[in-house]
Design a protein around this ligand. Structure first.
Ligand SMILES: *Cc1c(COP(=O)(O)O)cnc(C)c1O
Length: 228
């Protein structure tokens, strides 16, 4: 039952938050609905899912057409190509996967034309793996300098995906490294608010919360494994 699994995840979130001296309302649950059919999404929404993560523009469009945007928050969590930027404004409340200054510029340009501000997270490749999208930590200062002047976007924080590893404890150093980066830049520049730390997935969200996650992205623990 999807509702039971969501309840279970919420309990785990609550426990992890309390364990680390935080209150449960400091951690939001993103229900990752990529590759999940509409009927299962409806069950999740009926069970209280509000914040939804999709990784592709095209599939998000089909789902937004079915489910609407009212009462829901749609976030893009997958790689966005610049030629698709024009579509995101009708679909998403935030782009959580901005992985280059060039992409930030493209979103800013379109947003400015539309007269809106698009909230974003910068995706950081904290492990430096070649296969991963994201800004390298060394690029971050320049990226923040560049995005600070963009009127069409608002950087709300960072997102990361640590290396795949069955042992969640192995993800801990990556999570704490992201938190330290956030703290460093939040301190350096009082004009930017870097509140959000999106980190932790089904296998490791409890550890991520212990390390300061404000948003965890959970798919498999709610919907079961995605068939490939
Ligand atoms: C698929 C995905 C998730 C969810 O992963 P699960 O292991 O299924 O919980 C989280 N974040 C991103 C960026 C994803 O692509």
């Amino acid at each position: 039952m999807i509702s039971e699994r969501i309840a279970e995840v919420r309990e785990n979130i609550e426990r992890a938050a309390r364990r680390s001296g935080r209150t449960p309302d400091q951690v939001r649950l993103m229900v990752v609905t990529k590759e999940v059919p509409i009927d299962k999404m409806r069950s999740a929404i009926a069970a209280g899912a509000v914040l939804l993560g999709e990784n592709r523009v095209q599939s998000a469009r089909e789902k937004v057409e079915e489910l609407g945007r009212e009462g829901l928050q749609w976030h893009l969590i997958g790689n966005l190509q610049k030629n698709k930027v024009k579509y995101v404004f009708d679909l998403f409340d935030r782009i959580d996967s901005v992985d280059s200054v060039a992409l930030a510029e493209a979103i800013d340009k379109r947003a400015t034309q539309l007269g809106v501000v698009m909230p974003v997270l910068l995706q950081i490749n904290i492990s430096g793996e070649e296969s991963k999208f994201g800004l390298q930590p060394e690029e971050l200062e320049k990226a923040l300098d560049a995005t600070r002047d963009m009127k069409g976007i608002r950087v709300e924080g960072f997102m990361t995906i640590p290396p795949m590893d069955p042992d969640p404890q192995h993800a801990r150093p990556y999570f704490s490294a992201l938190r330290e980066l956030r703290d460093k830049y939040a301190k350096m520049d009082k004009n930017i608010l870097l509140n959000e730390l999106s980190m932790g997935m089904s296998s490791d969200y409890a550890v991520a919360i212990e390390e300061g996650a404000t948003l965890v992205r959970v798919g498999t623990s709610i919907f079961g494994s995605r068939s490939r």
